[in-house]
Structure formats: C-alpha cells, structure tokens
Design a binder for this molecule. Structure first.
Ligand code: SF4
Ligand code: SF4
Length: 136
C-alpha cells in the first residue's frame, strides 16, 4: 500500500553533505517533496519532507535514516482552517513560511493547502479572528 508522510529531519553536522536523500530515492524507491530546508550557523541541517512510497519501503527508508544518525520527527499534529471564522484578510499568507495559504482569484478567498503545512504554528497567533486551529 502506498503512503505519504510529512517528516522533519534533523541532520547532524557530519551528515549535512552526505547524499542521504538520494539514497532514499535510489535504494528505497521513495519520492519526496521538500517543504522546507535550512542549515543553521553551526551547520546542522533541517529538512521538512513529504515522503511517499510503498509502506514497506517507507519503513525501511526511515530505519536507514535512523541508522545513519538522522533524527526523525513525524508531523503528528494537524492544522485546520475554520472557514466560518476566516475573514480572508490574508495575514496568514504573509507569515506562512511554506506557502500553505493562497489567495484564490477572482473570489479573493484565502485557501489552506494542508499538504504544504509543516505545523510551525506561526499563523495561529497571526490570525486576528483565530480561524486557524491546531489539533494535538
Ligand atoms: S489570517 Fe486568519 S482570518 Fe485572515 S485569511 Fe488567514 S485564516 Fe483567514
Ligand atoms: S502552521 Fe501555519 S504558518 Fe506554519 S506552515 Fe502551517 S499554515 Fe504555515
């Protein structure tokens, strides 16, 4: 069965330049979509990915990541947009680092694209009528 999961990967300094994601594709037949990538000043890497593939391959790929020393944090919380409260002011579009909110034209309504969300929580406080909700 094919699955798709959003995961946060923390790379220690020694692994930042290793072809780890390439191996997930080549050896475990997984596909990925990068939602966020950054390297901190002390050269630790952070990658937020949507990983997709057959469940068995996904589990093997995750085991491989753990074996080489990558810390894996699943995104188990969900963010939802309460359509009844949203005033379509657009404040969330400006603050969201991954483009998970988009303005639909010509209606000028704000749409939430949950697959892009990395559950950083920035939009929760930025939303004046508290229309963004987070489920733990
Ligand atoms: S900030 Fe809140 S009210 Fe404004 S568009 Fe975004 S979700 Fe809707
Ligand atoms: S929690 Fe809000 S600001 Fe953060 S990625 Fe998700 S939608 Fe964007």
């Amino acid at each position: 069965m094919a699955i798709s999961r959003r995961v946060v990967l923390h790379f220690p300094r020694t692994l930042v330049e290793q072809p780890i994601i390439y191996r997930l594709v080549r050896d475990y037949d997984l596909s990925f979509n990068i939602l966020k990538a950054s390297v901190t000043p002390n050269e630790q890497g952070l990658l937020v990915l949507e990983l997709s593939g057959e469940r068995e391959n996904y589990e093997k790929g995750v085991r491989y990541l753990a074996e080489v020393g990558v810390q894996i944090q699943p995104l188990s919380r969900d963010v939802t947009l309460n359509e009844e409260r949203c005033t379509h002011c657009g404040a969330c579009i400006t603050i969201c680092p991954t483009g998970a909110f988009a303005l639909e034209l010509p209606s000028r309504r704000v749409k939430f694209l949950d697959k892009k969300c990395i559950v950083c929580g920035l939009c929760i406080k930025a939303c004046p009528p508290r229309a963004v909700e987070i489920r733990l």
